[in-house]
Design a protein around this ligand. Structure first.
Ligand code: HEC
Length: 220
């Protein structure tokens, strides 16, 4: 909403209040639901498709609606969001979870993709943008802190051999988290890399290697 709308909003709110005060019981101020619908219509009318950025991006799914409401979702609703997200996870073909950490580092560094000036929305055109939110390799000193530090991610969790049965739980959880972060935290702020088609299987394998492979500098 831009600033030009602000005075109009106040005027409308003022009129509604006046009308409510004058009315003899048949007129009320708009309900929250009505105001939400009006705001939604205004937002939809203000944007248009441009290149790969489509207006459909404004359509919220269950988890987005639940987590952008006035109050946090109830426990039952959060559980439903997580269960639906868990069901979307596509596990890697041939149970191949791990790629090359060097490729993973390149992807983690790369914040490109999904803007209207990008000509393709295919995963190949996208970076993984992990450093936007996480510390990963200590050699990179520029990183965001919305997410927890992933320095020594695999080491701290005792991963000595990725293929060992005792590593399976953390390897699978990490894949699931990358595929659809909402499966483990309904209101997660982490992009749903696999689910939203931001990264493909092979790219996810590479970032998996970056944080889990004992040979990755992240786990030294
Ligand atoms: C927009 C910010 C953002 C981006 C980009 C992002 N993450 Fe996250 N990530 C988070 C937040 C916030 C959490 C913690 C809350 C949660 O569980 O969702 C998190 C949690 C995680 C966890 C779980 C940590 C644990 O101890 O359970 C892993 C693993 C992870 N991120 C890896 C990655 C990787 C790898 C990338 C790049 C492919 C990435 N993240 C990109 C925000 C982000």
């Amino acid at each position: 909403m831009n600033r030009m709308n602000a005075p109009r909003k106040i005027t409308l709110a003022g009129l509604a209040t006046t009308a409510a005060l004058l009315a003899t019981g048949c007129s009320t101020a708009p309900s929250t639901a009505e105001l939400d619908a009006q705001a939604q219509a205004m937002i939809l009318a203000s944007f248009r498709d441009q290149g790969i950025a489509k207006v459909a991006r404004l359509t919220q799914d269950l988890g987005q609606r639940a987590c952008s409401a006035d109050a946090p979702p109830s426990e039952a609703l959060a559980k439903q969001v997580e269960a639906e997200a868990l069901a979307t996870i596509r596990w890697p073909s041939n149970a191949q979870y791990i790629g090359d950490w060097r490729e993973g580092e390149k992807l983690a560094q790369n914040g490109r993709g999904m803007t209207w000036t990008d000509t393709s929305d295919k995963p190949a055109a996208n970076g993984a943008q992990c450093y936007n939110c996480h510390q990963i390799d200590k050699a990179e000193i520029s990183f965001g802190t919305i997410g927890p530090s992933l320095w020594n991610y695999g080491k701290i969790r005792g991963v000595k051999d990725i293929a060992a049965p005792e590593s399976a739980a953390v390897v699978q959880y990490t894949w699931g988290k990358l595929w659809n972060s909402k499966a483990y935290a309904a209101c997660s702020n982490m992009p749903r890399m696999g689910h939203m088609g931001l990264l493909d299987e092979q790219q996810i394998r590479h970032v998996m290697a970056l944080i889990l492979d004992p040979r990755s500098p992240v786990n030294q």
